[in-house]
Structures are given as C-alpha cells and as structure tokens.
Design a binder for this molecule. Structure first.
Ligand SMILES: Cc1ncc(COP(=O)(O)OP(=O)(O)O)c(N)n1
Ligand SMILES: Cc1nc(C(=O)O)sc1CCOP(=O)(O)O
Ligand SMILES: [Mg+2]
Length: 343
C-alpha cells in the first residue's frame, strides 16, 4: 500500500481541473457559436466557474510538466475527429472522466470537493443528453410540413388521413375545449403520432405536453418564457416560439428555442387580427435564421410556390388541411409541392 503523497495528489488534481475546464470550454464554444444555444452555453460556463475556486495556487504550483510521463501519451482517436458530434462526445467524455478523478482524489483534500465534483459530473451527463441526445430536433429538421390542428368533430380521422400520406409533425392547438376533453384528445393524438412515427407537440400548454409525454410545445410571445418551459420539460423536448419580426427571432434564438414560427405570412382568419409579416420576413428568415423555421399563416397549395421562392423549406398549416374537403389529397398535394412525399 502506497503512502499518499500530497504532491502527487496536488498534481492529479491540477491536471484534472485543467482537463475538465478545457473540455468544458471546447463544448461551450460550440454551444455559443455553432448552436447559438444560450442555455447550454451558460451551463458550460457555470460548470467551469464552479470548478475555478478548487483550482488553488498550491495545486498550480505542484505542476511539473517537464517530468510528467503522460504528456507524450496519445490515442489514435485523439487525432481523428470525424465531425463536431464526435468532437463534442470526446470532450464530454473527457470532462466526465476528469470529474470522476477529481471526485475521488478531491475527497482526500476536502470532502466538499469530492461532493461538488460528483454533482458537477451529473450535470455534465444532463448536458450530454441535451446536446447529443437532441434527436427530436434533428427529426424536426426533416419535416417539411407541420400540421397545426383546429378543433373539429373528426379531429383524429383528419389527422390520421394526413399521417397516412407521410406527415411527420403535428401540433395540437385547441383554445376552447375544457381540460378533461383536451387532455383526452391530446392523449389520442399522441398515440396516433407514435403509431405513424410522427412528432407530436402541444400548443401553449406545457402542463398538457408533460401529461401526455408530447415531444414538445409551441409557445407564442404571450406564452410562458422559454427558460421556464425548458426547466419543466428538460433539455430533450422541443420548444418552438412564434416570431413576427427580426427582433423576436433574435430573442427566441437567445432564449434557446429549438425552432421558430415565421408569420403570419398572409392574413388569416385562424389568427384573426394579427398583422401579416409578409414575404419580406420569410426572406429575412431564410437569410438569417440559424434555427429550423416554419413559415405559417394563410398558406395553401395556391400560394405555397411563392412562399418557397421566398426561401421557406418548412411550412405550418391549419385550414388548408384541417378544412380541406379531402385532407388526404390536400396533404399529398402539399408534400409533393414541398418536394418530399415522405415527410
Ligand atoms: C408553428 C407555429 N407557429 C406559430 C404559432 C402561433 O403561436 P401563438 O403566437 O402562441 O398563437 P396561438 O397559436 O397560441 O394562437 C403556432 N401555434 N404554431
Ligand atoms: C396559429 C397561427 N399562428 C400564426 C403566426 O403567425 O404566429 S398564423 C396562425 C394560423 C395559421 O392558420 P392557417 O394555416 O389556417 O392560416
Ligand atoms: Mg400560443
């Protein structure tokens, strides 16, 4: 059994504090500049800051790089990063390993250091699932057509008709129904969407989204702040935000929305009284949005061409499907125009 050497322990702590902080900084840069994701960028920063007070002068002073036998040790995978995902994965793994070492050796120095590093390691697991497990958002990026429902007697049959043609994204929007029934309908739609492999979001209501395990929510400017919804829903669920102008777009990005609605493109009775943002804002979104975005408002097969010419690849629709004489045919027509019969 080896006697514990304070110098050796100080070197281990110093090396792993550096490793954890560098790894976090690498991930943070992508959250900030690659994803424009304020929530995750801040989480990385806070994790780094939580480690900083433990990196005391005596630990730095123990550093002895010339005599560190590990500086020449590399693994072939370190020089083979195929893409940003692999880079993030490697760095998050590095941070988790370093935190585990800090937890174990930190206990020898101060039990509070061990406990702190354990908590930080759990937060890094959450960061990892948020960043790399965001499969729902990746799926949303593939959806060219977004059906936003309106209340009607044959709600399920109408949505199913669209799903049969390959629709992959549905939002349950229902302003007036009492909660018991709304919850029942949301459950039925959730099940239907699961059956067809489609994403299912709930408009306005985070509680309802949670209650039926929806894939996310859509929030307008008057609805809950995104940070509150994120806290309730966790990092993996999709949160969409309506925007009408560049300022709202910038705010939604900064707040950590996963996608935005861009509209109303045209005046629409579904959102009576809301002034159209027009095709100019569609063009602006096409040039500037780093997030997936859906043009919405008054869009049908007759004007879809000009909305696409303005730069939209993804559109959200209420009446042109929900009130179509033949929702199947309407969906097929829209998907064909969007160039993707299957999504
Ligand atoms: C995809 C999408 N975009 C915009 C909206 C509108 O949301 P909001 O402004 O909150 O208005 P209501 O739909 O709640 O009346 C949306 N629902 N979906
Ligand atoms: C629900 C909604 N939100 C809009 C926005 O611009 O934020 S426009 C809109 C209504 C879209 O319905 P339709 O396809 O029937 O015109
Ligand atoms: Mg709303």
């Amino acid at each position: 059994m080896q006697q514990s050497s304070p110098m050796a322990i100080a070197r281990i702590l110093d090396a792993n504090l550096n490793r954890a902080r560098e790894g976090l900084r690498t991930v943070e840069e992508w959250c900030r500049f690659g994803l424009n994701h304020q929530h995750w960028a801040e989480e990385c920063k806070q994790l780094r800051q939580a480690l900083a007070p433990w990196h005391q002068d005596d630990l730095r002073a123990a550093r002895d790089t010339p005599n560190d036998v590990g500086t020449q040790l590399t693994h072939p995978q370190e020089s083979q990063r195929t893409d940003v995902r692999a880079l993030l994965q490697a760095n998050l793994c590095r941070v988790q390993e370093a935190l585990r070492v800090l937890e174990e050796y930190g206990k020898l120095r101060d039990p509070a250091m061990g406990a702190c590093c354990k908590q930080l390691r759990y937060r890094v697991y959450a960061l990892e699932s948020g960043l790399l497990g965001a499969k729902l958002v990746q799926k949303l990026r593939q959806c060219s057509l977004y059906l936003v429902t309106s209340p009607q007697e044959n709600l399920l049959a109408t949505v199913e008709a669209a799903l049969q043609w390959g629709l992959k994204l549905v939002q349950y929007r229902d302003k007036d129904t009492e909660d018991q029934l709304r919850w029942q309908r949301a459950k039925d739609l959730r099940q239907l969407c699961t059956q067809y492999g489609a994403l299912f979001l709930v408009n306005d209501r985070v509680d309802l989204a949670l209650a039926v395990n929806a894939d996310g929510v859509h929030l307008g400017q008057q609805d809950l702040p995104i940070a509150v919804a994120r806290q309730l829903l966790g990092p993996d669920k999709i949160i969409g935000r309506s925007t009408t102008n560049p300022e709202e777009m910038a705010k939604a990005i900064a707040e950590g929305a996963d996608y935005i609605g861009v509209g109303p493109v045209y005046a629409t009775p579904t959102k009576a009284g809301k002034k159209p943002a027009g095709l100019d804002y569609v063009q602006y979104a096409a040039a500037n949005s780093p997030l997936p975005w859906f043009a919405i408002g008054g869009i049908d097969s007759g004007n879809l061409g000009e909305v696409m010419e303005a730069g939209a690849n993804q559109v959200a629709i209420v009446r042109a499907i929900m009130e179509a004489p033949d929702p199947s045919q309407a969906t097929a027509q829209l998907l064909t125009q969007l160039g993707r019969i299957n999504s």
